[in-house]
Design a protein around this ligand. Structure first.
Ligand SMILES: *Cc1c(COP(=O)(O)O)cnc(C)c1O
Length: 367
């Protein structure tokens, strides 16, 4: 007999499919007995984190027996200085995922609607369902967010709107102008969350300045992370910029020690080492060129991306190609969980890692 506690599982959680992370290198090595494995599956920084960041983390490790500073004073000061924004406007999270979830918990109730785009970052739907909110998925245009349609999807029950800019897994983005028009079209009581996890990789001058927009739109929240350009995905640090009032409310439900002492110290050093971020961006630009040239050459379609990944279109065989790439020691990301079963997402690696991938896919496709 099924234990009776099954009946009390939160209905939103009962039929939830968990987030599918990229396959870890160790797992593939164990499964296939391979030594040379390249992981291009989780948009991690191929350079790793900077040596200064590592040194700060090692130093902080000595104090690992002490609780972290729950207020995150030093890290908020460092972010405040770097971005010229008041510390009261900053919230720290265990990754930006943590803050995306806290916002939903704080600003909506059971049955409320949360508007998001088709093909948007998969966590938004998971959070919504887990909290028994209703995700309203607005059809994408050219794989990107259709902000006008998203504004039209707002009802009396809408409490939050999530915009991934740029979006993962499509690499698409919306301009400052488009975002401003959207903010004007949406009632000011609705919380607009702009997830800028790939902020550092975008070079286009038309990319929104959401920090500047916050003075006119106090319902706007920006989230960013140390996981991608800073190469600290394993340390788990993200942050949000918002009005101090929003920060104050999220802070009431935030777990007091959500960012570890090691992670806080590492992040302070990371923000002060912009050279590393610059090297990362340059490496990414070269890798993007290398891979887009390659896809042109072999005739594979991709969605133009401003991020550190490319999503390619492979038709019905995408899953089979993913499996065959694993046999070659290359881990990429299948996207069926994002409603894109015919695509694969390739994170941009070092030149050698990209070459491993290119060689492997040529072999798999018999080119
Ligand atoms: C990676 C990613 C995040 C979350 O990253 P954290 O590691 O939790 O900071 C958030 N949004 C998007 C779109 C991402 O790709």
């Amino acid at each position: 007999m099924r234990p009776t506690f099954f009946q009390q599982v939160n209905p939103g959680i009962r039929d939830l499919t968990p987030y599918q992370p990229g396959k870890p290198i160790e797992v593939l090595q164990r499964e296939l007995g391979l030594k040379n494995v390249t992981k291009l599956a989780s948009n991690e920084n191929p350079l790793g984190c900077s040596t200064k960041t590592l040194a700060a983390a090692e130093e902080a490790l000595k104090e690992a027996f002490r609780y972290p500073d729950g207020s995150g004073y030093a890290l908020k000061q460092a972010l405040s200085k770097h971005y010229a924004i008041a510390p009261e406007s900053i919230t720290l999270g265990n990754g930006s995922d943590n803050i995306l979830s806290l916002l939903m918990q704080t600003f909506s109730q059971e049955g409320d609607e949360v508007v998001l785009s088709q093909y948007a970052f998969a966590s938004y739907v998971i959070f919504a369902k887990g909290f028994n909110r209703k995700p309203i998925v607005v059809p994408a245009v050219d794989y990107g967010h259709d902000l006008q349609a998203m504004a039209k999807a707002v009802t009396q029950k809408t409490k939050l709107i999530y915009i991934a800019n740029p979006n993962n897994p499509t690499g698409t983005w919306n301009t400052h102008r488009a975002l401003k028009d959207f903010l004007d079209a949406v009632p000011p009581h609705i919380i607009i969350v702009v997830d800028e996890a790939y902020f550092e990789f975008v070079q286009d001058p038309q990319y929104p300045d959401t920090l500047a927009l916050q003075s006119s739109y106090p319902n706007l929240v920006t989230t960013r992370t140390f996981s991608k350009a800073y190469g600290m995905a394993g340390l788990r640090v993200g942050y949000a910029f918002s009005s101090p009032e929003i920060a104050d409310y999220i802070n009431r439900v935030r777990l007091p020690f959500n960012v570890s002492r090691i992670a806080q110290a590492a992040a302070v050093a990371a923000i002060q080492d912009q050279d590393h971020v610059q090297r990362t961006i340059e490496l990414n630009q070269r890798g993007m060129q290398q891979l887009t040239d390659f896809f042109h050459e072999i005739g594979i379609e991709y969605i133009p991306s401003t991020c550190n990944f490319l999503t390619i279109s492979l038709g019905e065989n995408a899953q089979a190609i993913y499996d065959a790439l694993l046999q070659e020691g290359v881990i990429v990301r299948p996207l069926s969980a994002n409603d894109m079963p015919q695509h694969l997402r390739i994170s941009i690696g070092t030149s050698e890692e990209n070459q491993h991938f290119m060689k492997a896919i040529k072999k798999v496709l018999s080119l």
